[in-house]
Design a protein around this ligand. Structure first.
Ligand code: PGA
Length: 251
């Protein structure tokens, strides 16, 4: 893993957008694995600005998102489809049908999971997977206990994840109970992974990634086994790590 230290959220966002920009410069038809949530909003804003000033294009690229809530149609303001459209897709030049999310309202979620996994493989796999991280170490919606070899699948969300996401809904009761997510195995097949962490709320989990053994109880610890992971974290997210610990993230 390689650790890039950022001063603050804005700096983290800029550094992340620059890495995505360089992936597209080297491979215009790259497959980008995209994420939702608060952390990636800054990077998306900067990518939109870079697109507007003509310094990058998504025209030949394609994208696959990590996850989607089960039961929310694409036009629901809390669906990840809606989020991606509002916060990135409608502002840039991805070609039609080149952006993909799991279908959370498919009749058969098992079949949809299989279709999505095959779709990723059919695109040639993910060149760069962008990841946020949950306070419990989840990546995508892979909660503690998810098998490391899991493919795209349906998950029951933990109460802590539903509580963390309740800020986007009128009440926690409206947060769906299930989601469809790329599995940890799907994520680990990505050629490169870019994990972003900002704020003191993420300090505890970064500390655990450094100190804890690789374990399905802390899904993100598996990233220590991937050969090409970049972590960009700001000072608040790194506030529980001293310089020797940070060094361990650079091995
Ligand atoms: P956040 O979510 O970016 O909103 O903190 C990250 C995650 O839970 O994976």
């Amino acid at each position: 893993m390689k650790l890039i230290e950022a001063k603050n959220y804005q700096d983290m966002s800029l550094k992340a957008a620059e890495i995505i920009q360089s992936v597209l410069a080297n491979k215009p038809d790259a497959v980008l694995g995209l994420a939702t949530g608060g952390t990636v909003l800054g990077p998306y804003e900067i990518l939109i600005a870079k697109y507007e000033e003509d310094s990058l294009s998504f025209k030949k690229a394609s994208s696959v998102n990590l996850d989607e809530y089960v039961g929310l149609p694409s036009d629901h303001p809390n669906s990840y489809y809606y989020y991606m459209n509002e916060n990135l897709f409608k502002h840039v030049d991805f070609s039609a049908n080149q952006t993909h999310l799991p279908n959370g309202v498919a009749d058969d979620i098992e079949k949809e999971s299989e279709r999505y996994e095959n779709l990723i493989d059919g695109l040639g796999g993910i060149d760069l997977q962008l990841l946020g991280i949950g306070e419990n170490g989840h990546i995508g919606f892979n909660e503690p206990g998810t098998p490391f070899d899991s493919a795209t699948h349906k998950v029951k969300l933990t109460e802590s994840t539903r509580a963390a996401n309740a800020r986007y809904f009128d009440s926690i009761n409206e947060v769906p109970a299930h989601a469809i997510t790329m599995g940890i195995g799907s994520i680990m097949k990505s050629k490169q992974i870019l994990l972003l962490a900002s704020g003191v709320k993420k300090a505890g989990i970064l500390e655990k990634i450094v100190h804890e053994e690789i374990s399905e109880e802390i899904p993100a610890t598996i990233l220590k086994q991937h050969g090409n992971v970049i972590i960009i974290a700001d000072q608040d997210a790194l506030s529980k790590l001293n310089s020797a610990h940070k060094q361990l993230l650079n091995t």
